[in-house]
Write a protein that binds this ligand. Structure first.
Ligand SMILES: Cc1ncc(C[n+]2csc(CCOP(=O)(O)OP(=O)(O)O)c2C)c(N)n1
Ligand SMILES: [Mg+2]
Length: 391
């Protein structure tokens, strides 16, 4: 009897400790297909109604968002490492901490809609469809990079993604222009025009608001308020830190930019608003960057380590989604860990490619200046150096 009992206990224990694939499969039957969540109410400006305060998350979408956010996080951490190893040179602005913004915005629009952003563009490049490989190879200036190694950190482009813009605020008028094209073509598409809290103080942003409102353009202006423009806090830079009200005549939403579900719902609301022909709308996403402004900024001279730590421990976007999914049986901790392992492998493979792919040959320096044009000569650093521009 005692022997039988011992054997039974050991069977049970071995089932707990070893975890073959069949067990994971059996466990998946215990998952819920979806769950409903209460989300934070958005601040509203010139709007009677805002996005819903409850939303449904399917297990499938939850797993997809988790993997995408984790990929962006790991890709940025790898970029940090490659930069320190001098594989990446020049400017490099990382977006870890802000993952719920790029992933949540993409979840609220269609791939046929349009996105334009600032130099903090790696996450958007990925969510708009570029591979990690082509992004990291662009950072290291290699041939297989998404801009053939000639754009670098700030100049990545994809279908319906217009970069990657190094001049603070310059993408504001361009985004309004893309929205004008949507309206002109009557295709019911919208343009997400992103800028930072620092850029929000620029004149050209106000000019873009004005034209977009005058012409009723389907433009969603999105201020990613990560609390700092370089080393200057929003309180020191802006007379009015309610960025969602700064469109004056344009309605606005203030959104919890650390909660992917809030971002998704607000984006759907804003896109519906634009598609119904009401003109532009503004969203302020409250978020935070863990890294300094760029790789040359350690990011701790104008803010405390405690502040960064407190955001990490209380409102990390990946942790928030993970908790929601696990507490509502949409996924298990083990399953999410398996995703982490997969993501790490993808990033490591991509980094290997980015370090070993050759640089583009010098003769190609002048190529692709225009997307379609007959070849023409261009001057190099002096009049005797000539390159060819070939589209
Ligand atoms: C027209 C112009 N002015 C100044 C700069 C230098 N600059 C680069 S980033 C930056 C701060 C922008 O901060 P914010 O808009 O909050 O974006 P974040 O970096 O926080 O994403 C400044 C002043 C620039 N690139 N372009
Ligand atoms: Mg900022």
């Amino acid at each position: 009897m005692k022997k039988m009992l011992t054997a039974a206990i050991s069977r049970v224990l071995s089932g707990v400790t070893q975890k073959p694939a069949s067990r994971v499969l059996a466990a998946s039957c215990k998952y819920s297909n979806s769950a409903t969540f209460e989300i934070k109410k958005c601040g509203l400006y010139r709007l009677e109604e805002g996005p819903p305060v409850t939303t449904m998350l399917t297990r499938e979408d939850g797993l997809k968002y988790y993997k995408m956010m984790q990929t962006v996080r790991r890709m940025e951490l790898k970029a940090d490492q490659l930069y320190k190893q001098k594989f990446i040179r020049g400017f490099c602005h990382l977006c870890d901490g802000q993952e719920a913004c790029c992933v949540g915005l993409e979840a609220g629009i269609n791939p046929t809609d349009h996105v334009i952003t600032s130099y903090r563009a790696h996450g958007f490049s990925y969510t708009r469809g570029l591979t990690v490989r082509s992004i990291l190879a662009e950072l290291t200036g290699r041939r297989g990079g998404c801009a053939k190694g000639k754009g670098g950190s700030m100049h990545m482009y994809a279908k319906n993604f217009y970069g990657g813009n190094g001049i603070v605020g310059a993408q504001g008028p361009l985004g309004a222009g893309v929205a004008l094209a949507c309206k002109y073509k009557g295709n019911n598409e919208v343009c997400l025009t992103l800028y930072g809290d620092g850029a929000a103080n620029q004149g050209q942003i106000a000019e873009a608001y004005n034209m977009a409102a005058l012409w009723n353009l389907p433009c969603i202006f999105i201020c990613e308020n990560n609390r700092y423009g370089m080393g200057t806090s929003v309180e020191r830079a802006a007379a009015n830190t309610d960025y969602y009200k700064r469109g004056n005549f344009i309605p606005g939403l203030r959104v919890d930019g650390m909660d992917i579900l809030c971002v998704r719902e607000a984006t759907k609301f804003a896109a519906d608003y634009c598609r119904s022909g009401k003109g532009p709308i503004l969203m302020e996403l409250l978020t935070y960057r863990y890294h300094g402004h760029s790789m040359s900024d350690p990011g701790i001279s104008y803010r405390t380590r405690e502040e960064i730590q407190s955001v990490r421990s209380k409102s990390d976007p990946i942790m928030l989604l993970k908790d929601k999914m696990v507490n509502n049986k949409l996924a298990s901790v083990e399953e999410l860990k398996e995703i982490d392992v997969e993501v790490r492998k993808e990033i490591d493979d991509a980094a290997q490619f980015a370090m070993t792919d050759p640089e583009p040959p010098l003769e190609e320096l002048g190529h692709h200046i225009y997307s379609s044009n007959p070849p023409f000569d261009i001057r190099g650093a002096n009049q005797w150096i000539k390159f060819q521009s070939i589209s």
